[in-house]
Design a protein around this ligand. Structure first.
Ligand code: ADP
Length: 401
């Protein structure tokens, strides 16, 4: 049985607030619930409790919520895997976070200020068209060369889709240079395995796995073709994804073994190609787009990253030749998903693993970045809707020449 957001709210409505925090008409935890996301046994909550400043009391309230939700999930036959409880102040800044995972509890200080996500209801996948049980749309993010921001775009697309209420997984398929441990601040987290299945990390509202949590972070990752094939396949197939609307796959740069394995293993909805505006980057992106097409994978669109820079004077500077990737998309007859500016906050938030901060103008250096990311997400949703209309569920026939 699936536990919905409403079930979680109903469960919290049975937990009374301490007298000191209760007010007329607001006397249960549900009355102070700002936001809830739940996907299988992974849940995250935000409470705003005016007057509550003591961290121990917050921890006790989080534990009460955990006990009630764990019992609800247990009844539904999906024992609790992960619960994140955030306490926010009036504007929505996180003041305390309590994390619980199966058999484990952690407290972490407030990581950032986050704008509460819109309360859109997660659509239940109608079909499993990706080739992975429970996963509706699988989308690869590729680039012709490294350093153009492919992982950055993959992370922000995933988080942006989750903020719209979708159930989203993110797989770090960049097995030669995994970035997710840093971009999602997973360094101090432990990889959990349950009944031989990797349990994804639940961060920023998404489920994520990365080869970076399975190998020595300091060792060079040298994979021969068959090993690369095995590593990718295992990450995709041996992860407990649960029900997902979108699985975003961050591919290694270039046109090597991994995309080939991916095409053989999964039925992709399509691929996104990330490119910077310069001519040399476009040439490589064209090769990446052609590779996807040769593998029978639709290109859902091109993203122009590092498109322009907004100076302190608020002027926009076209450092790399803004519009180059858009022109390339036009030339190849591919959809254009949009541009992302060069933005210091984006780089800093990536280094600290705080992708949610990119969606809040206060922590994203203004509203240009959040707006551009939201536009990308909306355009991707439209392209996926179009692609899924035209696609059957047949695995593509590979034509390699
Ligand atoms: P790739 O996956 O293509 O190798 P990354 O996503 O790892 O590239 O990005 C490379 C570096 O560039 C990272 O430090 C990232 O934070 C930074 N970066 C990416 N896009 C932007 C941007 N639009 N503005 C500022 N920094 C960016």
């Amino acid at each position: 049985m699936t536990v919905t957001k409403q079930d979680i709210a109903d469960t919290l409505a049975r937990i009374p607030l301490p007298d000191a925090l209760a007010t007329e008409g607001k006397n249960t935890l549900a009355d102070r619930l700002e936001w809830v996301a739940t996907c299988d046994a992974y849940t995250s909550l935000k409470f705003h409790l005016p007057g509550l400043e003591d961290k121990n009391s917050m921890q006790a309230i989080a534990a009460a919520a955990r006990d009630a939700i764990a019992a609800k999930l247990q009844d539904a036959g999906t024992p609790l895997q992960s619960l994140t409880v955030e306490f926010v102040d009036k504007p929505g800044a996180v003041i305390h976070t309590a994390r619980f995972s199966a058999g484990k509890q952690q407290q972490t200080p407030a990581p950032n200020t986050q704008r509460p996500a819109p309360g859109a209801q997660r659509p239940t996948p109608q079909s499993e068209s990706s080739g992975l049980p429970g996963v509706k749309f699988a989308i690869a993010v590729g680039a012709g060369k490294g350093g153009v921001g492919k992982s950055t775009i993959a992370v922000n697309l995933a988080v942006g889709l989750a903020r719209k209420g979708h159930a989203v997984g993110l797989m770090d398929g960049d097995i030669y240079g995994p970035s997710l441990p840093t971009m999602l601040a997973l360094h101090s987290e432990e990889q959990q395995v349950h009944q031989g299945k990797l349990q994804p990390f639940f961060v920023h509202g998404i489920k994520a796995v990365t080869i970076g949590k399975l190998v020595d972070p300091e060792k060079p990752l040298i994979w021969r073709g068959p090993m690369a094939h095995g590593a990718f396949k295992q990450l995709a197939e041996q992860t407990e994804w649960g029900e997902l609307d979108y699985l975003i796959i961050d591919l290694p740069p270039g046109t090597g073994d991994v995309p080939l394995t991916m095409a053989q293993t999964l039925r992709l909805t399509g691929a996104v190609v990330v490119c910077t505006p310069q001519r040399v980057a476009q040439d490589d992106a064209v090769r990446a787009a052609r590779m996807f097409q040769q593998l029978g994978i639709d290109v859902l669109g091109v993203v122009e990253n590092m498109s322009y820079f907004i100076g302190d004077d608020k002027k926009e500077y076209d450092i790399f030749g803004r519009g180059g990737a858009e022109q390339m998309a036009q030339r190849l007859g591919l959809p254009y998903l949009g541009a992302v500016p060069i933005n210091m906050a984006l780089r800093a938030n990536s280094d600290t693993g705080d992708a949610s901060a990119n969606f809040d103008p206060d922590t994203a250096g203004g509203d240009a970045l959040p707006r551009s990311l939201e536009r990308l997400v909306a355009n991707l949703e439209s392209q996926v809707a179009l692609a899924s209309l035209g696609q059957g569920t047949k695995r593509p026939t590979l034509k390699i020449s």
